[in-house]
Design a protein around this ligand. Structure first.
Ligand code: IVH
Length: 717
C-alpha cells in the first residue's frame, strides 16, 4: 500500500499519526542538512528552504505538543560543554568594567578622568553611553576581512575557540564589508538571546522533560559552547558589537566613530548608543534606558560609559583589570508582580523556622522566580524587629498578589502587596507553633524574631548538627567520632540519635555489613572507636547537660546547673516540675524560681532549659540515652562561701595553684570564673606579671587580691 505523502499537507489537516511521522522525517532531513552545512561545508539547499523545514517542524510541535521529543530539532541539546574547546590566547586581554551604582559614583568617575587628564573643572569630556548587554562577551578575529576565529572571554587572557559555532550566528558576517578594511580586525561584543526565544525554548524543554535554562544569559552561554555547531545553529543567538581588540590600523580616533565604522563593516551595534556632552545627558540616558528596559526584548543590567576620545582612553589606561576610561552604571533591583500560592516553613540546622514564599513562577530581570524569602513571622505580619510597621503595615496572605524584587544574585524578596487584588477570603497567615518536621513545639524568645523548634534531640532537620555537638570536645568528646564520621554515619542511617552512639557496638555485632568493612575503616580503628565510646559511658553531669544542645546553655551555664543540682535526677526532676508551670506569661513554680535564682543563670537561659524539658520527645530521647550511660554526680557549689555568686578573674602567673585548679576551686565555692575584667567583675586575683587585666581592674575599681589574700578569703590560708 502506498503511503500518503504528508509533506505538503497543511498542518491543520494532519492527524496525530501523520504529524508524528512528519516530525520524524523533518528531523532527519534537518540533521542531514546540518551535517552538509557544518561538517562538510557543502550545503545542498538554500537558507530559505532550510529555514522552511525548521519552521514547519516547530509549527507541528506547536499543534501537537505531546509529540515534542528530546530529539526535536528545536531542542537539540548536547552534553554539558567543558574543556573541549581549543584554547585561544587573546592578542589583547578581554577586560572587565568597574561599577557605579549611584549618580555620585558617576560624577566621581568623571572627576577622576578629569583629574587624570588635568582637564579644567568645567570641562566635560564627551562620553559614549551604551546599554550594558547581559550576555557573554565574544571576540571575533577577521584577517583580510575574513572571519578566522571566534573566541569566548575565558579568564580574559585565554578563551575558548568557538569559531564553528560563531559562524552559525546570523548577526556575525563571515566577511567584513568595505574595501579599506584593516588586515587584522578583532571585533568584540556580546552574544545574547531575545527573551521570547528563551521562554519558547524553556516551554518546549519542560514538555519534553529536558533541563530548562535558568536565565537568558545562561541559555546564550550554553548555546554558544556546544560541541555540535548545529545545536548552536538551532538557537537564535544574537550579537551586539561594542569594542575591539587587536587592530592593524585604527579606522577612527573616537569610540563613536569606531562604532559607526563597525556597523558599516556589517556588524550590529546597539541602536540606543548615544554620544553625551554633559553629565546631565549621561544621567538622562541612564534613566531613559532604565525606564524602557522591560520593552527592549533582551536583558540589560546597566549602562556603560566610555570616554569618546581614544587618545584619552590610551592615556588613562587600566587600573588592574578595569579600564580607567569606562565604567558600568548598574541598574537597581528588578521587580515583577505575581501571586503567592503558599507559604512553606523550612527548618534550619539550628532549629530556626524560616517561612518561604511559593510563588506563581514569574520572570524577574530574566530569571524565573518561584520562591522568595519571607524572613520570619514578623515580616509576614508586617512588623519589623523593632516593633515598627513595615510595608505600611500590610501583612502578607496566601493568595495575595505581591511585588517580587531581585537584586543581583540575592534571594528574591517580596517588597509589597497589591491590596486591590487581595482575595476576599484571604486570611492573616497563622505561623505554625509546632515544628513542621518533627512536631515539637516551636518557641520564640523575647526580643527575637526567629521561632525555633525545641526538639533539639529529635528533630531530623537538626539532627546532624546536634549529634556533632553531642560528641564535641566539651561534651562527650569521643575519640575517633568527629564531625566527618557523625555526618557519614548519619547519612548511612547508623547513628540517628545520641543513644545510637552507645548501642553501636551491639548493633554492629548483629549486622551483616560490619563497620570495619566500610571504606576508610578497619578492624583496629573500629575496635578503638568502640573503646572510646565505652570510655564515655560514665560522664560528668555538666558534660551531659552541655551535650544536650539546649539553646544558650554553653559550657559555663552547664557547669552552673550541674553544681547547683548535683545529680542528674535532681536536675531532671526540677526541670520537669518547672516545665509544668510553663505558660505564656510567667512561670511561678518553685522549681522555676530556684532555677532562675542561680547566680549567673538569667531568665533567657532558664526559659530555654524549661522549654527543652517541656518537650516530651526530648525526654524520651534523654531516657533512651540514659539506658546506656551513667551520669556522675557533680560536686555541689557552696551557697554560703565568701565568694559564692561572685565573678572572679585570675591573672598573672599563679604560684600556689595552676589556673585550672584555681578555676575549679572558685567554681566549687559557687563563684563564676571569667576570662576578662569588666565592671561586673567582683574580684581579680593577680599573680606576678599581671598586665592589662590588672589595669582594667583598677580602671573599674574592682577589688584586687594576691594569691595569699585569696586563700585567706576562702579560709584556706
Ligand atoms: S566594554 C574594557 N561595553 O560587561 C571594557 N562591555 O562588566 C570592555 N558588556 O565583559 C567591555 N555590554 O561582557 C562593554 N556595551 C558594553 C557592554 C559590555 C555588556 C559586558 C562585557 C564585559 C562586561 C563587564
Amino acid at each position: 500500500m502506498a503511503t500518503k505523502d504528508t509533506t505538503k499537507l497543511p498542518i491543520d489537516d494532519l492527524t496525530a499519526a501523520q504529524a508524528k511521522a512528519e516530525l520524524k522525517r523533518l528531523a532527519a532531513e534537518i540533521a542531514d542538512h546540518d551535517k552538509r552545512y557544518y561538517q562538510d561545508d557543502a550545503p545542498t539547499v538554500s537558507d530559505a528552504a532550510y529555514d522552511a523545514l525548521r519552521t514547519r517542524s516547530s509549527a507541528i510541535e506547536e499543534r501537537f505538543p505531546e509529540l515534542v521529543t528530546k530529539d526535536s530539532p528545536s531542542l537539540k541539546i548536547g552534553a554539558a560543554p567543558s574543556g573541549r574547546f581549543a584554547k585561544v590566547q587573546h592578542a589583547m586581554p578581554m577586560l572587565s568594567l568597574g561599577n557605579a551604582f549611584s549618580d555620585e559614583d558617576v560624577a566621581d568617575f568623571v572627576d577622576r578622568v578629569r583629574r587624570f587628564l588635568r582637564l579644567p573643572d568645567n570641562d566635560m569630556p564627551a562620553i559614549v553611553a551604551e546599554p550594558k548587554i547581559d550576555g557573554l562577551s565574544l571576540s571575533l578575529r577577521y584577517e583580510k576581512g575574513e572571519l578566522v576565529r571566534g573566541a569566548t572571554r575565558g579568564d580574559g587572557t585565554i578563551g575558548e575557540d568557538v569559531t564553528a559555532n560563531v559562524r552559525t550566528i546570523s548577526d556575525i558576517p563571515h566577511k567584513l564589508k568595505g574595501r579599506d578594511v584593516p588586515a587584522v580586525c578583532e571585533i568584540r561584543g556580546e552574544v545574547y538571546i531575545l527573551g521570547k526565544d528563551f521562554i519558547g525554548f524553556n516551554k518546549r524543554a519542560e514538555k519534553a522533560g529536558i533541563q530548562m535554562a535558568a536565565n537568558p544569559r545562561n541559555f546564550a552561554a550554553g548555546s554558544l559552547r556546544q560541541k555540535d555547531a548545529s545545536i548552536t545553529a538551532s538557537r537564535p543567538l544574537k550579537f551586539f558589537a561594542y569594542s575591539w581588540g587587536e587592530m592593524s590600523e585604527m579606522p577612527h580616533d573616537t569610540q563613536s566613530g569606531m562604532l559607526k565604522w563597525i556597523a558599516k563593516a556589517g556588524l550590529v551595534t546597539n541602536p540606543l548608543t548615544k554620544l553625551c556632552k554633559t553629565i546631565e545627558q549621561v544621567l538622562a540616558f541612564y534613566a531613559e534606558i532604565g525606564a524602557g528596559r522591560a520593552k527592549l526584548g533582551y536583558d540589560i543590567d546597566g549602562v556603560v560609559y566610555k570616554l569618546d576620545r581614544l587618545d584619552w582612553q590610551q592615556r588613562l589606561g587600566f587600573a588592574g583589570r578595569n579600564p580607567r576610561w569606562a565604567i558600568a552604571h548598574k541598574f537597581a533591583a528588578e521587580q515583577a508582580m505575581t501571586v503567592l500560592n503558599d507559604i512553606e516553613i523550612q527548618v534550619g540546622r539550628t532549629g530556626a523556622l524560616t517561612p518561604v514564599a511559593r510563588l506563581a513562577p514569574v520572570t524577574v530581570g530574566g530569571v524565573v522566580v518561584s520562591n522568595a524569602t519571607l524572613h520570619n513571622e514578623d515580616y509576614i505580619r508586617a512588623v519589623g524587629n523593632d516593633g515598627n510597621p513595615i510595608r505600611d503595615g500590610v501583612d502578607i496572605r496566601i493568595g495575595d498578589t505581591v511585588v517580587v524584587q531581585r537584586a543581583g544574585d540575592v534571594i528574591p524578596q517580596i517588597v509589597s502587596v497589591v491590596l486591590d487584588k487581595r482575595p476576599k477570603d484571604a486570611k492573616p497567615y497563622k505561623f505554625p507553633q509546632k515544628c513542621p518536621v518533627c512536631g515539637s513545639h516551636a518557641v520564640r524568645e523575647e526580643g527575637e524574631a526567629v521561632r525555633r523548634c525545641t526538639g533539639a534531640l529529635v528533630c531530623p532537620a537538626q539532627a546532624v548538627e546536634r549529634l556533632k555537638h553531642f560528641v564535641s570536645r566539651n561534651a562527650f568528646d569521643i575519640d575517633g567520632l568527629g564531625d566527618k564520621q557523625v555526618q557519614e554515619f548519619y547519612e548511612a542511617g547508623i547513628i540517628m540519635s545520641a543513644a545510637d552512639i552507645f548501642t553501636l557496638e551491639k548493633r554492629d555485632a548483629r549486622a551483616q555489613k560490619k563497620l570495619e568493612d566500610r571504606e576508610g575503616y578497619g578492624e583496629v580503628s573500629i575496635r578503638n572507636l568502640f573503646a572510646a565510646i565505652d570510655a564515655r559511658r560514665k560522664i560528668e553531669l555538666h558534660r551531659l547537660i552541655y551535650a544536650l544542645g539546649i539553646r544558650h546553655v554553653g559550657e559555663g551555664n552547664a557547669k552552673l546547673l550541674a553544681r547547683h543540682y548535683g545529680t542528674l535526677d535532681a536536675f531532671v526532676e526540677a526541670m520537669r516540675a518547672a516545665a509544668k508551670g510553663q505558660s505564656a506569661d510567667a512561670n511561678t513554680t518553685e522549681a522555676y524560681e530556684d532555677l532562675n535564682s542561680i547566680e549567673g543563670v538569667g531568665e533567657v537561659v532558664a526559659d530555654a532549659v524549661v522549654e527543652f524539658f517541656a518537650e516530651p520527645r526530648n525526654i524520651k530521647a534523654l531516657d533512651d540515652l540514659l539506658e546506656e550511660i551513667e551520669v556522675l554526680a557533680a560536686e555541689r557549689a557552696a551557697k554560703d562561701s565568701p565568694v559564692s555568686g561572685k565573678t572572679v578573674v585570675f591573672t598573672g602567673s599563679l604560684e600556689q595553684m595552676t589556673r585550672e585548679e584555681a578555676k575549679a576551686m572558685a567554681e566549687r565555692l559557687g563563684a563564676k570564673v571569667s576570662g576578662s575584667v569588666s565592671k561586673k567583675t567582683d574580684l581579680v586575683v593577680a599573680g606576678p606579671g599581671a598586665g592589662s587585666k590588672l589595669k582594667d581592674a583598677q580602671k573599674h575599681g574592682v577589688q584586687v587580691l594576691s594569691e595569699d589574700d585569696w586563700f585567706k578569703l576562702i579560709g584556706k590560708a
